[in-house]
Design a binder for this molecule. Structure first.
Ligand SMILES: C[S@@+](CC[C@H](N)C(=O)[O-])C[C@H]1O[C@@H](n2cnc3c(N)ncnc32)[C@H](O)[C@@H]1O
Length: 206
């Protein structure tokens, strides 16, 4: 478990820090889904900002249910490609799929004979019978700007801080997030170099 599949920058530790013990009422998981590197002129900056990835089997083996309290929420980030797997994984974690959220983001990649991919998804599962703290202005779809390569929007975390009970943890984190514990091989305190590409360098499609 947690063996990285690749180490693109060659600098980061090969052993990831131990998972927190919890229990948490709210767990966000933004896993490094397997990626095919795009090696073409349109994304010249992508390579330098890669991170290690995990297999779908390793993601499915994360002990999310154990991290959750008797009643808890899990929010699993996924791309269009891994949406079917993410739904399976939520059920495999012994959670109940409640709904799926959509982040509508500006721009996105478009390949031949496909639409522009300008959304990411958050599959929401529950353990037990957790209750939201507030459901006002809580929509399944939201628009928020991009902040950098694969960075999830602060608006999402601000929403969860209002609607979901603490304690909360952000797994595969890369920055300090108010109201959340963080864990990941690039999480604050690991000493890992930042891999977040400034948004201006991403050369997004309009
Ligand atoms: C999709 S990114 C997370 C992005 C982050 N949520 C953000 O908003 O910036 C996935 C992260 O998982 C980390 N990671 C890869 N393999 C890991 C492992 N085996 N254990 C812990 N973290 C890992 C990567 O280095 C990367 O920081």
């Amino acid at each position: 478990m947690h063996q990285q599949q690749n180490h693109p920058d060659g600098k980061r530790p090969k052993v990831t820090p131990p998972l927190p013990t919890g229990p948490y009422a709210t767990v966000v998981i933004d896993p490094p889904w397997p990626m095919t590197k795009i090696r073409r002129k349109a994304r010249p900056n992508q390579q330098g900002f890669d991170y290690a990835t995990l297999s779908v089997a390793d993601i499915a083996a994360l002990p999310v249910s154990r991290l959750l309290d008797k009643d808890g929420f899990a929010f699993l980030w996924t791309t269009q490609k891994y949406l079917p797997k993410a739904l399976e994984i939520i059920e495999g974690w012994d959670l109940t799929h409640r709904f799926t959220m959509v982040w509508h983001k500006p721009g996105g990649i478009q390949i031949y004979n496909y639409p522009q991919f300008n959304a990411e998804f958050i599959v929401v599962g529950t353990k037990g019978n957790p209750k939201f703290l507030d459901t006002k202005k809580f929509n399944t779809a939201f628009h928020a700007p991009r902040a950098g390569h694969s960075v999830k929007p602060k608006e999402f975390y601000e929403l969860l801080t209002r609607i979901c009970p603490p304690p909360r943890v952000d797994l595969f984190s890369r920055r300090a997030i108010p109201g959340f514990d963080t864990w990941g091989d690039q999480a604050p305190g690991t000493g890992a170099p930042p891999t977040i590409a400034p948004v201006a360098q991403q050369r997004l499609l309009p």
